[in-house]
Design a binder for this molecule. Structure first.
Ligand SMILES: O=C(O)CCC(=O)C(=O)O
Length: 264
């Protein structure tokens, strides 16, 4: 293991529902992923990637056409499944060392995304939600989101905001049906931006925040003129069991340890 999760770090994760760890990606990796994402966004799309690029709803509906197509992207889904540069991202040793330190040695990645927060598109909120509501397997304690900054993420460009301790309970959600909201977004009922307990987590490029699948989180708009790009990986202990079918583009991929009969 190159990164060791101490009892204190694990305790912080269990108490607050998230943990920040610096230097998950080194500067060369950050540059390599940003460069490759730009090439893909500008048209160098490998086979199988065509349907994995999702534009922000405002761009898709023609409100705004950025000169640079990368400036209008919302996300690239599962880039490790269609692009050789991203292929090894879910096997990153630093990333998995942190996840293993919290969830144990047997791990599957089921979703990766390169997520953008396009600048100059106004009110681009991703409202409070718990990721677990999208996942038909459990238990929630054995599923984690990882969110790795490629640009410095700040309160001004739409960094992560959490409600510490909110991972202990399921919260009811409803579809966010606002006209200019991105597709398939649900929001936790009764939680709004500016909640008195919320904590804004700013990250340097290469740093990551690791968070419980039930932790309430949101991101606000990007009011700068630059990119806010992150790479995310959602993973679970292979001891989880299914209680429905995998949604959308999710696919299970063993990234460390072993599988168990009857489990995911
Ligand atoms: O990166 C973002 O803007 C939001 C990501 C998020 O909350 C999610 O994918 O669950």
């Amino acid at each position: 293991m190159s990164i060791v999760i101490t009892d204190e770090m694990k305790g912080e994760y269990e108490q607050r529902g998230f943990l920040v760890v610096n230097n998950i990606l080194d500067p060369d990796e950050v540059e390599r992923y940003k460069r490759r994402a730009s090439e893909i966004a500008r048209g160098d799309i490998p086979k199988g990637g065509e349907k994995m690029l999702v534009r922000d709803v405002r761009v898709a509906k023609g409100d705004y056409t950025p000169a640079d197509p990368e400036m209008g992207l919302w996300k690239m889904l599962q880039p490790d499944h269609f692009d050789p540069v991203f292929e090894s991202f879910p096997e990153n040793e630093n990333l998995l060392d942190v996840v293993e330190g919290i969830l144990g040695p047997d791990l599957k990645c089921f979703l990766t995304m390169m997520i953008y927060k396009p600048p100059m598109l106004g009110d681009v909120h991703h409202p409070y939600h718990q990721d677990k509501m999208y996942f038909n397997f459990g238990p929630a304690d054995l599923i984690m989101g990882t969110w790795i900054a490629l640009d410095r993420t700040t309160a001004r460009n739409g960094t992560m905001v959490f409600i510490p301790g909110s991972h202990r309970d399921d919260v009811p959600h409803e579809h966010d049906a606002r006209e200019r909201q991105n597709f398939g977004i649900f929001q936790a009922k009764g939680y709004e931006a500016g909640h008195p307990d919320e904590v804004v987590v700013e990250l340097d490029p290469g740093a990551g925040v690791f968070f419980h699948s039930r932790l309430l989180h949101r991101t606000g708009p990007n009011i700068t003129e630059g990119h806010r790009r992150v790479l995310t990986m959602h993973c679970a202990s292979t001891k989880c069991t299914m209680d429905g079918t995998l949604l959308g583009q999710m696919k299970m991929r063993l990234v460390r340890g072993q599988e168990y009969a009857g489990c995911i």
